[in-house]
Ligand binder design. Structure first.
Ligand code: ADP
Ligand code: AMP
Length: 209
């Protein structure tokens, strides 16, 4: 899944995973879990993430390489938030070739910038289980706590306006070139992500079928 921060990738990834029974791998979720658990990776990556910068390619590629060794991905998987640079995309091609696997499709989420800013500006995240809500479009049932695990919901540090601005710049510079990269590879599937969650999901489903 490709697209700017806040466009709705994670929301759809969780639905696809649940409804289509496909493991969804989110590098952002993996890194946030490492930060919470204060692992060596989390301690190193935390400051970089807070400022809205990308974690170094070699760290992320190593993380994905290890994850793809796990047995649950043998019949296919979904990637959310990876790759984010051309170097990561090239590394993914190599990892897949080594496993005799093919990239079926790149779901490229698009939406007007104002909408993306609105979505990211209202995001509430559960630091315990990673569930995502929105203050207006998808409010939690019980005010400030997670519907799934009842932990307190928070605003991600990198969802503060200054960090969001920087993440958008980083996205344009480092990640947007992947549209061309995958277009050339013949796997890019553009998807208008501006509708409600279920409408977007129906589009995802149609594209994957
Ligand atoms: P990403 O993973 O691309 O950064 P998220 O899936 O976390 O984006 O979504 C960003 C915010 O927008 C969240 O608060 C989420 O609840 C909300 N959101 C996601 N998809 C939609 C949608 N189709 N309509 C309205 N709000 C949405
Ligand atoms: P996300 O949850 O996808 O918005 O990612 C949150 C943050 O985690 C990003 O702003 C980066 O700091 C870091 N991150 C996640 N995925 C990657 C990646 N593929 N490459 C580099 N940094 C990443």
């Amino acid at each position: 899944m490709l697209g700017p921060p806040g466009v709705g990738k994670g929301t759809q990834a969780k639905l696809i995973s649940l409804r289509m029974n496909v493991p969804a791998i989110s590098t952002g979720d993996m890194l946030r879990a490492a930060v919470e658990a204060k692992t060596e990776l989390g301690i190193k990556a935390g400051e970089t993430m807070k400022g809205g910068n990308l974690v170094p390619d070699e760290v992320i590629i190593g993380l994905i390489k290890d994850r793809l060794e796990m047995p649950d991905v043998a019949n296919g998987f979904l990637l959310d938030g990876f790759p984010r640079t051309v170097a990561q995309a090239e590394a993914l091609n190599n990892l897949l070739a080594a496993k005799n696997m093919q990239l079926t499709a790149v779901l490229a989420f698009t939406a007007p910038t104002e909408l993306v800013v609105e979505r990211i500006g209202g995001r509430l995240t559960c630091r315990n289980c990673g569930a995502v809500f929105h203050q207006i479009t998808n409010p939690p049932k019980s005010g400030g706590t997670c519907d799934v695990c009842s932990s307190r919901l928070t605003v991600r540090e990198d969802d503060q306006p200054e960090a969001v601005r920087h993440r958008m710049e980083v996205y344009e510079e480092k990640t947007a070139p992947l549209f061309d990269f995958y277009e050339k590879q013949g796997v890019l599937r553009l998807l208008d992500a501006s509708g409600p969650v279920d409408v977007v999901y129906a589009k995802v489903e149609a594209l994957l079928k």
